[in-house]
Design a protein around this ligand. Sequence first.
Ligand code: ADP
Length: 693
Amino acid sequence: MTAHDPQGAPEQTPGQPVPASSTFPPGIADVTSVLFRQFLDLLPDALIVVDEQGHLVQANAQATAVFGYSREELLGQTLDLLLPERFREIHRRHAAQYFRVPRLRPMGIGLHLFARHKDGGEFPVEISLSPLHVGDRLYVIAAVRDMTAQRRAERERTLLLQNLSVQGELLNQAYDAIIVRDSLDRILLWNRGAERLYGWPAQEALGRISTRLLRTDFPGGEGAVRTALERDGQWEGELTQLARDGRLLVVESRQALVRDQQGQVLATLEINRDISERRQREREARAMLAGHLSLLEQLFEALPLAVALVAGATARLVLANQAVRRVWGVDWPFGQPFLEFLQAHRIIISDMRGKTLAPEELVTLRVLREQRAIALYQEQIRRADGSPLPVLVSALPLHVPPEALQGELLRQLAPGEPLALVIHQDVTPLKEAEELKDEFISIAAHELRTPLAALTGYAEMLLRQTERGHGPPLAPWQREALEEIQQGTKRLAGLTEELLDLSRLQAGRLQLQRLPADIVPLVRQVVRRLQPTSERHQLEVQAPAEPLVALIDPHRLEQVLTNLVENAMKYSPQGGPVQVRIGREGDGQAVLISVQDHGIGIPRHQQGQIGGRFMRAENARAWGIEGTGLGLYLARALVEQHGGRLWFESEEGQGSTFFVRLPLLGEESEEGCELPEDEETTPAAPPVREAGA
Ligand code: ADP
């Protein structure tokens, strides 16, 4: 402490203790009541009373706290105790001076005064002195203030300002508006970015309350932002502010509190980035999107197709257009699983042959399970009121990006839950047209039968009777013409039979006359009958010696085998071997018949469609081979009616093998032989094909 060391004081040994019972020398003891001492102890400053000899005669509680000595240790000691060594000498001189001209005065303002703690440490102080006359004795009261904390705060503040001004230039380079506000929100720093953004030059902005200058609008109120700043030390969010020229700005703001070591808020740092344009563009995009959406919505609703968005393994309804109600005849409530909906209204779905479809066969459920597109599958709906509706169903699995799950529509979807679009198309008009066509085919075929029979009969009669010598002999050209007529009518009769079978099949009237029969002789018989029709083909049969008995309609099975062997010959125009093999299959409960040729084969891309009605491969036409595309369709239907399966393997230019599998007698119908008709389009063509599947 560089307080004055009172010199020229009356003789008194320095360090001589003053009796503890009397803290003041005799004469003023009556002045110091207990009350007064307590009052002194309450004062925030350290108070010491020093006599002219430089002895401490009084000290309050604060003084003991500041210097670290107890009152007993202090009283009677000279002031040297509280001074750093280097100040003692000069202090004594100053004190003598003071006692000569005592007056009230502060010390240490602008000076660097230090005091010494009991532990030897120094600390900065400010001192005010005032003389105290008691009787003829003069004392000095020194109020000592420990300035440690204050000095540190000042140092930090100066440092901060220095840093700010050093960084000021750097900050000016920033594109963003950078603002530093003091604890009262007055602007301390305003970079060039802020000048550019808000239009206020720094000299006009500095010192003003930033929120008022910019009319800042806080999301959720200014209080919320302040609370967040106090709590977390930082805040980020969007603000709306006003530029000097009245433009409304949207800024992305990041704010942080700067505190001193004691945690006192020194300033708030604010970095604002202008996003007005981005927000404007977003608003425009949103408006445009809303426009598009409303257009799409109108289209969606106006579609004649019933479009439903279904989710989860149970096919809960997520979205549907108006046509969905028309197809089902009742409302399908959102969120209701498909089967629950069907059951609630006793709606039944069957295939085109009238067989009720099991839940796992329904396209709406299959698409979610199989996660592959299903196109144009035929189903028949029997609605709540009993009315039937033929439909073509197409379905497409949808892959939802995770961010779409936050949207209004798909929020109810669990992550990873399958989603699919299912479209039902009412094909009543098509069905009607098809029925008309089938009816026409049936009538035409029936009507053709009689004249055809007459033609065949008369051509045959003419040839036969002339041969027997009845009537004039025929010229060679006449015989050739008659033979041509005979061939043509035979072909026509075949076609008529096929057409009749087709219409029977469509009407569900193609009945089998099944009886137990050995298949081996039946196959041999077909081969024997067909071998003489071609010299270029060698028909071979490989069959076991044992009989293979199945429950069959021999006439229809012969029709199937004839078609396969005739095709094998017809589609091997260069001739060659045709192998027919028969054998037990797998576990011996079925018979497998295969017909293999080495002919033109079937192009891979068409293999999926072969076996459909009137379906012929391109290469068959290119080779000029005649046909209708009906034989295989009928053959497949007949095999399936036998509880069997028909399929093929083929390589274009290499040949084909057609397979027929039939259950042997006593065995159940094979599972999975109920193939869909030609309504499902299979995208890729694997090497093994179901005919017409
Ligand atoms: P088609 O009267 O045309 O022979 P099918 O229904 O018997 O009618 O056969 C349908 C189509 O399948 C044929 O047009 C032909 O393109 C193809 N096909 C059938 N069998 C064979 C075969 N063995 N080799 C090559 N293509 C065949």
